[in-house]
Design a binder for this molecule. Structure first.
Ligand code: ZN
Length: 274
């Protein structure tokens, strides 16, 4: 790959991560500006979008030319995962997650609560390819449906490979027992949108947000927020985790619903590992 091509791919990824961080967040786009890359101009002026009314998901493509894929895309996320249509793929082994306790910071970006990683030490390995965790965030109710049913919430761990491709590890959340580790984040849950992230003082153990069993559904999809870019590897864990009613309620009080409706599967296939 030429240096120009490589720089351009990296900048596209920066744009995606920045966009996922919210409409008004231009911290990472400033970084792109510093490299004088014309394709990244306009990020900070991206149209406002939401989950309600005139800027809700059915209108995303009309809000900004950059969002066209939200309506014209053919491999969009989230989807309804139907067990009867999932293909058991003997060749797929469970993903490897090598998360370690990490320094993180939390922010309300106006679309969700997002937790940013302060290091690049949290890889996952999918069929031999390494992706590094950049941030994670939450949706209520879940974006993916399983057999046409939503879970109470969904957590998205967003990873990037060295080449700039994205892989999202999704964990479904159901009402049940309290997750003690989550309280490190929820004790400083930012109720108001801000450009200022709040650092979490103690190291956060990411593994405690995962189920013990990492068997998963896999498919090729997109970002579930504008610009709905495709080429995203999705790994939806089959087993949910539990949070208490109070923990889910605290998120719901800030974001009563922040899920994009399910999209057409089309000719895509959903695989499961062995
Ligand atoms: Zn998400």
């Amino acid at each position: 790959m030429s240096i120009n091509k490589r720089i351009s791919r990296i900048l596209i990824s920066i744009m995606i991560l920045s966009v996922m961080a919210g409409c008004g967040n231009n911290v990472q786009s400033d970084e792109a500006e510093a490299k004088k890359e014309p394709t990244t101009t306009g990020i900070a002026h991206q149209a406002h979008w939401s989950y309600e009314g005139e800027t809700s998901p059915e209108h995303w493509a009309e809000l900004d030319k950059l969002f066209t894929t939200c309506s014209t895309g053919t491999a969009q996320s989230p989807i309804n995962i139907l067990h009867e249509k999932v293909k058991d793929d003997e060749s797929l082994s469970p993903i490897k997650v090598e998360y370690t306790p990490s320094q993180v910071a939390i922010i309300n970006n106006g679309h969700t609560i997002q937790v940013n990683l302060k290091n690049q030490d949290n890889p996952i390995i999918i069929e031999g390819k390494t992706y590094t965790l950049q941030q994670f965030h939450f949706h209520l109710p879940s974006e993916h449906e399983v057999d046409s049913k939503h879970a109470d919430m969904e957590l998205h761990f967003v990873h990037q490979s060295e080449e700039g491709t994205l892989a999202v590890l999704s964990v479904l959340i159901t009402k049940g027992t309290e997750n003690a580790e989550l309280n490190k984040l929820w004790s400083v849950l930012p109720a108001e949108e801000s450009k200022q992230e709040t650092p979490i003082e103690s190291a956060f153990d990411l593994n405690k947000l995962l189920p013990a069993d990492l068997h998963s559904f896999r498919y090729q999809g997109s970002l579930t927020t504008p610009p709905c870019s495709e080429g995203v590897q999705w790994i939806v864990l089959e087993n949910p985790v539990q949070w208490s009613e109070d923990q889910i309620g605290k998120f719901e009080a800030i974001f009563p619903h922040d899920n994009r409706p399910v999209q057409t599967l089309g000719d895509r296939e959903v695989d499961s590992d062995n």
